[in-house]
Design a protein around this ligand. Sequence first.
Ligand code: NDP
Ligand code: HSE
Length: 434
Amino acid sequence: MARNRVNVGIIGFGTVGSGTARILLENAEIISKRAGFNVVLKKIADRDIVRDRGFTVPDGILTTSADELLNDPDIDVVVELVGGIHPAKDFMLQAIANGKHVVTANKALIATEGAEIFAAADEKGVEVGFEAAVAGGIPIIKVLREGLIANNMVAIYGIINGTSNYILTKMTSEKADFGAVLKEAQRLGYAEADPTFDIEGIDSAHKLTIIASLAYGIPLSFEQVYKEGITRVTAEDIDFASELGYKIKLLAITKAVNGQVEVRVHPTMVPNDYLISKIDGVFNAIYVEGDAVGSTLYYGRGAGDMPTGSAVVADIVDIGRTIISGGVRRASGISGAGNTYVIRAMGDIESKYYFRFSALDKPGTLSKISGILGKYNISIASVIQKGRSASSSVPLVVLTHSAREKDVASAIAEIDELPVVVQKTLVIRVEGKE
Ligand code: NDP
Ligand code: HSE
């Protein structure tokens, strides 16, 4: 008789594990109607199987033993949702060794250890699903790997960390305090176990590593991604940005420039008339430009139990289709073989810049600063100085035309040594036309 069910085991019954289990249980009927087979949640392993997750799990599903699930011959797909590197990686490799397909939302694991996991899966002839690892509920992996397969990628710009976007949005619209909003994001289940991953750009860099690999065929290159988070952005910068017609967003950018690939994450001033500047709260958005398709934009919730669970279940069903049909498994799309791209050194990128100098309000200060900028070929587009103070520093904001990162770094290092500059200068890269 033809097979009509796929059995699933989940390890990790936290935020995403709960969302995934709830969707599999509550939407079982619609999923099986669409898929043409039943997706059966057979086991869930977690250290804590007592805590109330807000919905009912049928008897006999919960276990504290991941091994019980990994060694169950009836389980076809193991879903890793514990997070971190170990034991998550060990669970994945053990499942693969046992001939099971695996699904994960763990971008840190895929970005840093993915090569070994994909190699193990290739050898065993099983699939690794990682749709939920990037941008929560937005099916961006499917877009890059399937929908836009025909394109040479021109550029990708993403807001791909929900927590940082939530913080920046609340700082902008409600003048909220950074620390208080971060706590709220943690309470809502958006933040990573270590929230510095969110606010220091590391989580975005994990996701960008995966995006860049799929888009440009380069190997997973997390170490080479430039990473800068939002912790130095102040309410004052948000106000200056607004006055200049911009929003500050944590952008993840990858683009092809002169045969090289840029991969960088940093706070960015985005013009108010760009759609991506309007993406607020926990929402993510990814702008993808391909040579054939032109501009496309993908928008949705980037974190949280149900949106991320939605992406996990999509992978389970896709893998289920392969299992049921006995068809050819999907290629991961992650490979560097035969690709000539190199990653562009950060010093070589070109951008416009926002500088906030903390300078003494004395005659000659601006000319000293502008003299150094001129020396490094950095041309000023506009200047704002707010307030007056005979004794302390005032913020002096400069917006530049396009300049080279290397020159900017040298100029700022020299300016920060001036006796009239009392604090390290804040630098934010600026998007938009000249
Ligand atoms: P949680 O901390 O909420 O859930 C992880 C669960 O796994 C916890 O219940 C934890 O128990 C359990 N666990 C940890 N170690 C083990 C173990 N050895 N055996 C059994 N259970 C274990 O994390 P999230 O659900 O938020 O995140 C899971 C993964 O999904 C991470 O990789 C994260 O990066 C990713 N992700 C998260 C998103 C989100 O919005 N939260 C969105 C997209 C991806 P205990 O609490 O006791 O440690
Ligand atoms: N901590 C992540 C975020 C979860 O805030 O975007 C989704 O990957």
